[in-house]
Design a protein around this ligand. Sequence first.
Ligand code: C2E
Ligand code: MG
Ligand code: MG
Ligand code: MG
Length: 275
Amino acid sequence: AAKERGAGSYCLYSRDMGVAVRDRLELEARLTQAVHAGELEVCYQPQVRLSDGRMIGVEALCRWHDAALGEVPPSVFIPIAEETGLIRPLGLWLFRQACREVACWDKPEEGLALAVNISTVQLTDDFIALLRELQANCRASGTRLELELNEASLVRARPEVAAVLDALNALGVAVVMDDFGSHYSSLRYLRHFKFSKLKIDLSSIEGLETSEEDALMTSTLISVAHQLGLEVIAEGVETEEQRDRLIAEGCDLAQGFLFGRPVAGERLRTAAVPA
Ligand code: C2E
Ligand code: MG
Ligand code: MG
Ligand code: MG
């Protein structure tokens, strides 16, 4: 009986695996098609300065709506894109598209920051060449480019990445440590890589009102970042209480549903300059 059950469960297991593999292959094929046909979209979420509530920049977020599968979230398709190398054409497309769109918006006098998420596997010579080209156009339209890199990506990074980040800084492209506090939160990264901003992960902001640990983590990160000369942005701010708490802690910038959800470019066209 044990043997039978064993065989039966093996059968079930392999059948489930078969489905998972087939789904994954189908996702991969559809994503490849979507990237090459230019079917992805870019959404933009406002970033505000906490002292006066003014929008100072946007984060570009990739969106994929598949005709058969519906809305596929980035948490599903970005890892697939990273594993297959599709992240490189996807990233080149997204960066170009975002720069083109933001260039058409009305902007405040100080200009707008355009933050784009990247994975360290994208930091190739092609990408640096593209940034050099876009950076020249962006200066003319008053857009400041920023790259958001998360910890998980840095853990896997090749040692040359530190030198690439230095080169980006020299180009005038700011590098942001994204999702800080979500995983390892190594302070060593803040010293080793040349960042201009630290973004506190939404998991710490979520608990700001209810968890003493999250509140302590947040105030400590703000203080350490400031001592290292970094600006601090909080992500996932959803309530006025969280905002007020962040203001009291001296946090510089914020992003989250309280200030605006990610929306298509047309919806931000003229939102950048208050009426
Ligand atoms: P991220 O860079 O940390 O982006 C912030 C995520 O938090 C976004 O999810 C955004 O929609 C969500 N968010 C913003 N405000 C709030 C809030 O107030 N509450 C809550 N609960 N969530 C909020 P999204 O768009 O699903 O993206 C997920 C992740 O996928 C991003 O996390 C980023 O790591 C990755 N990603 C998205 N687009 C790209 C891309 O073009 N390239 C790369 N390499 N990664 C991307
Ligand atoms: Mg980000
Ligand atoms: Mg983030
Ligand atoms: Mg995050």
